[in-house]
Write a protein that binds this ligand. Structure first.
Ligand SMILES: [Zn+2]
Length: 304
């Protein structure tokens, strides 16, 4: 297993009190060190994504237009949730670059599992607009570009963040070679693209208060048959941990054991269909302690 990060991902600044704050990543990296994960899997430095890869996925002028909105100092709102500081675009470019590097690593056989400890998250970023703390849709960018690599004919994106991956559905819905499965609290933010009805889009809404057993039942019912039908050559994860019962932003009741379970099941499917290839990217997770322990549970299963 390889773990990518970049310290410049901490340099994406937001207003005081914003949940998607630099401390998320700083705390996570410290926790991975404290529990010994980084002894076995030393942190690798992520490269930046190239604009060409971004332009293959987002609207062709989107990346350039984000650059023109970058403040020279302070922070500026792109929408009430989504902010830009002088370091934000570089942070997003390292986040997307980590996932794309991970894809290249697993396809080249350097390793079969990659986790990207990065921020800002990406799955709410739509085709031509930032949204919900997200600037670049790192996982969708990686999926769309991966299909250009010989031997990668089908990709699956599995998104277990508590929020629906509206941006990922928006970017991938017209590409039948990309399966997108997203579980999410509903009704809830963002309330967009969650009713798309296509064979390659699997939306799994969960009521507020859903506990681990019901979560596992819904995933088993909706996701595993879809993956068996799709037979992906590569699996990407939008790994958000804000469905944890301690998370302040949402009301699901998941625990570390649920993140271990879903990861273990995905690893088994990846071994069956995708030569074990999984690249997992951090999305949400806003209780610092629960984020640390949940990621460790995720990595415990991912490394197997
Ligand atoms: Zn989320």
């Amino acid at each position: 297993m390889l773990i990518y990060t970049h310290l410049d991902c901490i340099e994406h600044r937001v207003p005081s009190g914003h949940p998607e704050r630099p401390e998320r990543l700083a705390h996570l990296l410290k926790h991975l060190e404290n529990v010994g994960v980084t002894d076995d899997f030393p942190l690798q430095s992520a490269p930046k994504i190239d604009s060409a890869q971004v332009n293959n996925a987002h609207e062709i002028h989107y990346f350039a237009s984000l650059a023109t909105q970058k403040p020279l100092e302070g922070i500026e709102a792109l929408d009430p949730d989504t902010w830009m500081s002088p370091g934000s675009l570089d942070a997003a470019a390292y986040a997307a670059g980590a996932v794309w590097q991970g894809v290249n690593d697993v396809i080249a056989g350097r390793d079969s599992r990659v986790f990207c400890a990065v921020r800002p998250p990406g799955h709410h970023a739509e085709y031509s607009s930032p949204m919900g703390f997200c600037l670049l849709n790192s996982v969708a960018i990686a999926a769309i570009n991966a299909l250009k690599i010989p031997g990668i004919n089908k990709v699956a994106i599995l998104d277990f963040d508590v929020h629906h991956g509206n941006g990922t559905v928006n970017l991938c819905q017209d590409n039948p070679d990309i399966l997108v499965c997203s579980s999410f609290q509903h009704p809830f933010y963002p309330g967009r693209f969650h009713e798309v009805d296509r064979p390659n889009i699997v939306n799994t809404p969960l009521l507020s208060g859903t506990k681990g057993d019901a979560f596992r039942h819904a995933i088993t019912r909706d996701w595993w048959p879809a993956i068996q039908r799709h037979q992906p050559d590569l699996i990407l994860l939008s790994a958000g941990f804000d469905g944890h019962r301690a998370d302040p932003l949402a009301q699901l009741q998941l625990a570390e054991a649920d993140y271990f379970w879903i990861t273990q099941e995905i690893v088994a499917l990846a071994k069956q269909y995708a030569q074990g290839r999984i690249v997992s990217a951090l999305e949400g997770g806003y209780d610092l302690q629960a984020l640390g322990t949940s990621v460790v549970a995720h990595l415990e299963a991912l490394k197997a």
